[in-house]
Design a protein around this ligand. Structure first.
Ligand SMILES: *Cc1c(COP(=O)(O)O)cnc(C)c1O
Length: 353
C-alpha cells in the first residue's frame, strides 16, 4: 500500500532497518537518564539544526505531538494577549485549544485564497503572541517565508509562534523570523507518529522565564532546563528520537529537499490541470501549499476515486473539516518516491480515460 495520506503518512523506506538496529543496539530499552541517551539527544539536536538550518542559539525540545505544543504555548508563553490567524481546520483547532486556557485569546479567520494580512487586526499590545499556521493541512494553503519576515519586521516586540507540522523538513523555513516553531514527525519527517519537536528562540525562552510558569510536567521552563542538559522531563519516545537521528543523517539538506518538493508540486499542478472533473480547492497559486494537495470534485466521484485507488493499493487522503466530502488530499512529502508518484498519476490517467 502506498499512502498519500497527509499524516500519518508514508515513512522512509529505511525506517524498518533503523528500528531493527535500535533493537540490536539496545536503544529501545535505554535509560533516558543515561549518558547514551544524552549523547543521542545531543546528536539529533545537532543534526536537526544542521539539516534544517536552525540558528545555533535556538533550543530544541522534544514533545509527544503538535497538539501538546498548542497547550505548552498557551500555558507557558501567553500571559494575556494572543492573536490567532487561521484560514482552516488546524489553525482553528489551535485557537480553540488556546481559548480553554486563555479565554480572552483573539482569533481572526482570513480568506483561504488570500495572503495573510495582519493589519486587519489591532495588535497594539506590546508583547502578545502571534499564532500562525505555516501550512494549513486541512485546506492545502501556506504562508510564504517573505510574509513571515514582514510580520517579524512589523511586530518586533511580539512573540511569533508557528505551527509547521506539515511543512517542517519538507520545505525551507526561516527560523530566525519567528520564536516558536513546532511539528510532529508523522508528516514531512517521514517517521512514525508519537513525537513532536519544538524549536524556540532565545526570546521565547526569556519570555517563559519572565512568566515563570512552572505548574506542569511540560512547562516550557522545565522542558528547556532539561533539554539544555540533553534530558527530558519524562520518559520520552527514545525509539522515535533515534529514528529521527538516523533519518536526518540520511536525508539531503533542506534546500535540496525543497527543490524536489517544489518540482513535484509543479508536475502535479500541470498533471491535475488536465482533468475537468478535478480542481484545486485553492485557486490562488501563491498561497497554495507545496506539501499538501487538496483537490475538489463531486463527492460521488471522490468516493469512487478513493475506492478505485485502494484496489490498486493507493491510499488517497480524505478531505478534512468543512471539506471532508468535496475534497481529497495528496501528501507531497519527501519520503514518497518518484515511482510511487508515477503510479499515482498512471492511476488517474487510466481512471479518466
Ligand atoms: C497533523 C497536524 C497537527 C496535529 O498533529 P498531532 O501530532 O496529531 O498533534 C497540528 N497542526 C497541523 C498543521 C497538522 O497538520
Amino acid at each position: 500500500m502506498i499512502s498519500f495520506y497527509p499524516g500519518p503518512s508514508r515513512v522512509y523506506d529505511t525506517v524498518p532497518t533503523y528500528i531493527k538496529d535500535a533493537y540490536k543496539q539496545g536503544i529501545i530499552s535505554v535509560n533516558h537518564r543515561s549518558p547514551e541517551f544524552m549523547q543521542l539527544y545531543h546528536k539529533v539536536k545537532k543534526l536537526l539544526k544542521e539539516k534544517l538550518n536552525v540558528p545555533e542559539d535556538y533550543h530544541v525540545v522534544f514533545t509527544s505531538s503538535a497538539t501538546e505544543c498548542w497547550e505548552i504555548i498557551s500555558q507557558s508563553l501567553i500571559s494575556e494577549y494572543c492573536y490567532h490567524f487561521y484560514n482552516g481546520a488546524f489553525g482553528e483547532k489551535w485557537f480553540n485549544y488556546t481559548k480553554k486556557l486563555v479565554p480572552i485569546a483573539m482569533g481572526y479567520k482570513y480568506d483561504m485564497n488570500k495572503m495573510l494580512n495582519l493589519k486587519e487586526l489591532d495588535l497594539s499590545s506590546e508583547n502578545g503572541v502571534i499564532c500562525l499556521t505555516h501550512n494549513e493541512t486541512g485546506n492545502g494553503t501556506r504562508i510564504s517565508n517573505r510574509r513571515i519576515a514582514r510580520i517579524r519586521n512589523s511586530y518586533p516586540n511580539h512573540l511569533i509562534a508557528i505551527d509547521a507540522t506539515s511543512s517542517m523538513a519538507g520545505v525551507g523555513l526561516q527560523f530566525e523570523n519567528a520564536d516558536v516553531w513546532y511539528a510532529s514527525v508523522q508528516k514531512c519527517f517521514g517517521l512514525p507518529a508519537g513525537l513532536g519537536v519544538m524549536i524556540c528562540s532565545p526570546k521565547a525562552v526569556k519570555r517563559a522565564i519572565d512568566l515563570d510558569e512552572n505548574d506542569h510536567y511540560n512547562s516550557l521552563n522545565f522542558l528547556i532546563e532539561q533539554a539544555s542538559k540533553n534530558q527530558t522531563s519524562y520518559t520520552p519516545n527514545v525509539l522515535n528520537i533515534y529514528l529521527m537521528g538516523r533519518v536526518l543523517e540520511q536525508v539531503k539538506p533542506i534546500e535540496k529537499i525543497e527543490k524536489k518538493i517544489k518540482k513535484r508540486m509543479k508536475g502535479y499542478r500541470k498533471f491535475f490541470g488536465q482533468f475537468e472533473q478535478l480542481d484545486f480547492l485553492i485557486e490562488n497559486n501563491k498561497v497554495r501549499s507545496q506539501t499538501v494537495l487538496t483537490l475538489k470534485a463531486d463527492p460521488q466521484l471522490i468516493k469512487k476515486l478513493k475506492e478505485a485507488a485502494l484496489k490498486q493499493n493507493i491510499l488517497l487522503g480524505n478531505g478534512y473539516g468543512d471539506f471532508k466530502e468535496n475534497t481529497f488530499r495528496i501528501a507531497n512529502f519527501p519520503a514518497l518516491k518518484a515511482k510511487e508518484i508515477d503510479k499515482l498519476k498512471a492511476f488517474f490517467t487510466e481512471y479518466f480515460n
